[in-house]
Design a protein around this ligand. Structure first.
Ligand code: GRF
Length: 197
């Protein structure tokens, strides 16, 4: 029996595609749902093309009702039978209630070498600081933003002339290798950290 995995996105979903593609053969997981908070997210169409069930819960339909929004997310995720949740470019901040509902079974990918640069604009901040290396992190999600036990990192060099866009592209390539590697280990029960060179 494979473990049903839901993937939450807000945008193009390139990490989501890599995760879905990785879950085949003897992989312990299977993608059961791709869920977006934005009906215009390009990743939704890509998921449908791969034959994965999709759903949208539009934050704008809930106005100030964050609890209602998260209840709707939970209903889609649990309704799809998901046991593990992967945030993959999901651009909403989640409340402790939501996070505790999925305690110990929700992962996130963040485009920095955490604990450096939580939040947004990670690449611009790394460049402004003069960092020689940048990268990405997959971590378990806890109530603190972009915190929680680190499950894996990949490091890339910062090159002369890098802009936030060129650095982001180099990091994204490593995200595509890191997230599937970490998810597979996680589903196999590993909770220690495994970095990509
Ligand atoms: C990735 O850089 C991810 O780390 C960040 O948002 C981006 C999502 O890209 N949180 P994609 O939608 O997976 O292409």
């Amino acid at each position: 029996m494979s473990i049903p995995v839901a993937i939450l996105i807000s945008g193009g979903g390139s990490n989501m595609v890599r995760l879905v593609e990785s879950m085949k053969g003897d992989h312990p997981g299977r993608a059961c749902l791709v869920l977006s908070n934005d009906p215009a997210a390009g990743g939704l169409e890509k998921a449908r093309e791969m034959g994965i069930a999709t759903a949208t819960v539009d934050r704008r339909d809930f106005k100030n009702d964050r609890e209602g929004f998260e209840k709707a997310l939970i209903s889609e995720i649990d309704g799809a039978g998901a046991e593990v949740i992967c945030l993959a470019g999901f651009m909403r901040i989640l409340t402790p209630h939501f996070i505790s509902h999925y305690a110990g079974r929700m992962l996130n990918i963040h485009p920095s070498l955490l604990p450096k640069y939580r939040g947004l604009d990670t690449h611009a901040r790394a460049l402004a600081a003069g960092d020689k290396e940048a990268g990405c992190t997959v971590h378990e999600v806890t109530a603190e933003l972009d915190d929680g036990p680190i499950l894996g990192q990949a490091v890339v060099p910062v090159l002369p002339g890098d802009t936030p866009a060129t650095l982001a592209a180099r990091v994204l390539e490593r995200e595509h290798a890191l997230y599937p590697m970490v998810l597979r280990r996680f589903l196999e029960g590993a909770r220690d950290r495994a970095d990509l060179g």
